[in-house]
Write a protein that binds this ligand. Structure first.
Ligand SMILES: CC(C)(COP(=O)(O)OP(=O)(O)OC[C@H]1O[C@@H](n2cnc3c(N)ncnc32)[C@H](O)[C@@H]1OP(=O)(O)O)[C@@H](O)C(=O)NCCC(=O)NCCS
Length: 150
């Protein structure tokens, strides 16, 4: 399946909110994504199929010299085809362009697939945040560091 990754636009927000429902137990609403869109510190990308379907999305917040990944979600029917990795690469590429020093994220300790995705991309486990996703559901905290330019 061929797809392209591009920066999102206003017209993608409804599709993103639909995908969010398919990807997360406690999904962000359409209005929440509208607020993200209005916030200049947020940068999101979508993966689009050749027929124009939004198959995945992901974004980060730019805070000082760090990026904080907010979410990455891929339609269940398009998983394991490299879309999550391509969106993550777009996030890392944009972060590098913005002069960001390091990228961080939280991921549910039980989310085997996402943990594998981030570790494959070179994210390093920094610790656990207890009860982050509810009682007894810790988050793993990961960091990705850009090498300083020489
Ligand atoms: C996690 C998620 C974004 C991965 O998207 P994807 O498009 O399937 O990921 P990719 O195809 O790029 O996978 C890249 C690598 O990650 C790992 N991986 C991805 N999903 C995996 C799974 N379910 N189990 C084990 N490893 C997995 C594999 O190493 C994979 O490489 P491979 O297919 O060559 O073995 C997707 O499963 C998803 O949307 N999950 C629900 C939302 C979520 O948990 N988001 C992350 C938290 S913010």
């Amino acid at each position: 399946m061929s797809f392209t990754v591009r920066e999102y636009g206003l017209n993608d927000l409804a599709a993103i909110a639909e995908l969010e429902k398919q990807c997360f137990e406690n999904p962000w609403s359409y209005s929440a994504f509208c607020l993200e869109y209005a916030d200049e510190s947020k940068h999101y990308f979508v993966a689009e199929t050749a027929s124009g379907e939004v198959a995945g999305y992901g974004g980060f917040a730019h805070v000082e010299d760090e990026a904080h990944i907010m979410n990455i979600g891929v339609s269940p029917k398009y998983r394991r085809q490299g879309i999550g990795s391509a969106i993550l690469n777009a996030i890392l590429e944009k972060s590098r362009e913005l002069g960001i020093r390091a990228v961080t994220l939280e991921v549910n300790d039980a989310n085997v697939g996402a943990i594998a995705l981030y570790e494959k991309a070179g994210f390093e486990l920094a610790g656990l945040r207890p009860h982050y996703y509810g009682w007894g559901k810790p988050a793993r905290i990961y960091w990705y560091y850009f090498l300083p330019a020489i």
